[in-house]
Ligand binder design. Structure first.
Ligand code: ATP
Length: 421
């Protein structure tokens, strides 16, 4: 039996807010690989990690490549290290690249490490000890923080996955307004959604495929399959050169960051969860436009937030009333509030209790604590303290999911269009 062994390559933390993108660096490496007859096995991977990681530039993504571990593997190693040396944004304090080479099987403990990098925090020392223990070849540049994400990027199993096609700009255009024909993006979305998704936020008239940073990416189109990406790329028109493009296999929009919490008390800060709770109070909006309400269960309560950037989602949230039972999906952030990404209504409270109506037609008022009700108009009195249930119509629907708009979506959040509802 022939055992084909692979060389896994992980790269992370090469960019800064002023420029670069680890995916662009990867695409340059892939080009150099091609020039030297080195083929990738499977697509390059873009793996999003813990959204709360402190030193992330933007979306906390690491990249991994897989090639055959043959006589060209050493050349591949040299190409990777050269490109990382050449293109990383070393001047930025927070850019600390890390490169990993690994030529064994991806073991269960490596998979566990990868999930830990999505759900928890890992230190550079911890990553280095772990990498050494499983036999990774570790290359740290400056502090080498990137090894945390690099090991995770090669190790994460992808049962559910999506693809992203990234088109790159010519370097003289970096930092200038991108020349994308927005009408063609609308057309692309019309023709390829829901195979492609997250293209446009219609409520905000926001073109989501266009980054807002000075990075090399001209646009990124996300999809469930590669075929739709080719169709989409042909439809989107731009008025500037595309110097290169590359399709990555990713864990974006898979909800991999979400852990099931049995109860509210089980959740910890900087974790992302789905949890069930009963709405305690009517959502309130505070200055700055953020909206908050509490949910509770037998174990405790937590404040949930729909923040200003979630725009119209706040109108949906404002329909919740005490007694509604919801399953919320999201993460517990800096302020210890649960930042909602989406929610499902499990049980709507569709009954309100009102004072009884008097025979004369007027609604009665309380006659005092435990003294029943009285009518202010005709003086009629009743001894019972029981209020009358009245069915109310609600703007929300039982079982239905409600989500934040595209413009406020996290890279890892699964949109409803991917949920087979
Ligand atoms: P971009 O998405 O534009 O490439 P980024 O947001 O991915 O940028 P990085 O430059 O990759 O940001 O920085 C993120 C840093 O956080 C990396 O050094 C990565 O190794 C590290 N990191 C990733 N996951 C964790 C984690 N769970 N705990 C601690 N550090 C982490």
């Amino acid at each position: 039996m022939i055992v084909i062994k692979y060389l896994y390559i992980g790269i992370d933390d090469t960019d800064s807010p002023d420029g670069m993108c680890t995916t662009y660096l990867a695409s340059q490496i892939i080009n150099k690989f091609k020039d030297n007859g080195i083929e990738l096995v499977d697509y390059p991977r873009l793996i999003r990690l813990n959204p709360f990681a402190r030193f992330k530039t933007r979306g906390n993504g690491g990249v991994s490549l897989k090639i055959l571990n043959d006589d060209k593997a050493n050349l591949a190693r040299k190409i990777v290290l050269n490109e990382v040396e050449k293109l990383s944004m070393f001047d930025c304090d927070n850019t600390n690249p890390g490169v990993i080479f690994y030529n064994g099987e991806i073991t269960d403990e490596m998979k566990d490490y990868a999930f830990k990098a999505i759900h928890e925090f890992i230190t550079i020392d911890e990553a280095e000890d772990f990498g050494k223990s499983v036999g990774c070849e570790i290359h740290k540049f400056k502090k080498g923080r990137g090894i945390i994400g690099s090991i995770a990027a090669i190790s994460l199993p992808l049962e559910d996955f999506t693809f992203e096609l990234l088109a790159y700009r010519s370097s003289e255009n970096y930092g200038t307004k991108r020349k994308i024909d927005y009408d063609s993006v609308y057309l692309m979305d019309k023709k390829t959604f829901p195979d492609t998704f997250e293209n446009i936020d219609y409520s905000e008239d926001y073109i989501a495929i266009e980054p807002k940073t000075p990075c090399p990416v001209l646009y990124g189109i996300r999809s469930n399959n590669v075929e739709a990406l080719h169709v989409a790329k042909d439809i989107v028109k731009v008025d500037e050169p595309i110097v290169d493009w590359c399709i990555f296999k990713t864990n974006q929009h898979t909800d991999m960051h979400i852990q099931k919490a049995d109860c509210i008390l089980d959740m910890v800060q900087f974790g992302c969860y789905e949890v069930v709770g009963e709405v305690k109070n009517k959502p309130k909006i505070i200055s700055g436009g953020h909206m908050f309400f509490f949910i509770s269960d037998k174990s405790g309560e937590i404040e949930c937030g729909a923040y200003e950037p979630t725009k119209n989602f706040r109108n949906v949230v404002s329909n919740l009333i005490p007694g509604d039972v919801v399953k919320v999906f999201g993460g517990i952030g800096e302020q210890n509030t649960f930042n909602i990404e989406k929610f499902q209504v499990l049980k709507l409270n569709d009954v309100e209790y009102h004072n009884p109506i008097c025979e004369c037609g007027k609604r009665m008022t309380s006659a005092g604590k435990n003294k029943g009700f009285k009518c202010k108009k005709c003086g009629n009195k009743i001894d019972s303290n029981e209020k009358v249930p009245i069915k109310i119509t609600r703007n929300l629907k039982n079982s239905q999911f409600y989500e934040t708009p595209v413009s406020a979506r996290r890279h890892l959040s699964k949109p409803l269009c991917r949920m087979n509802l």
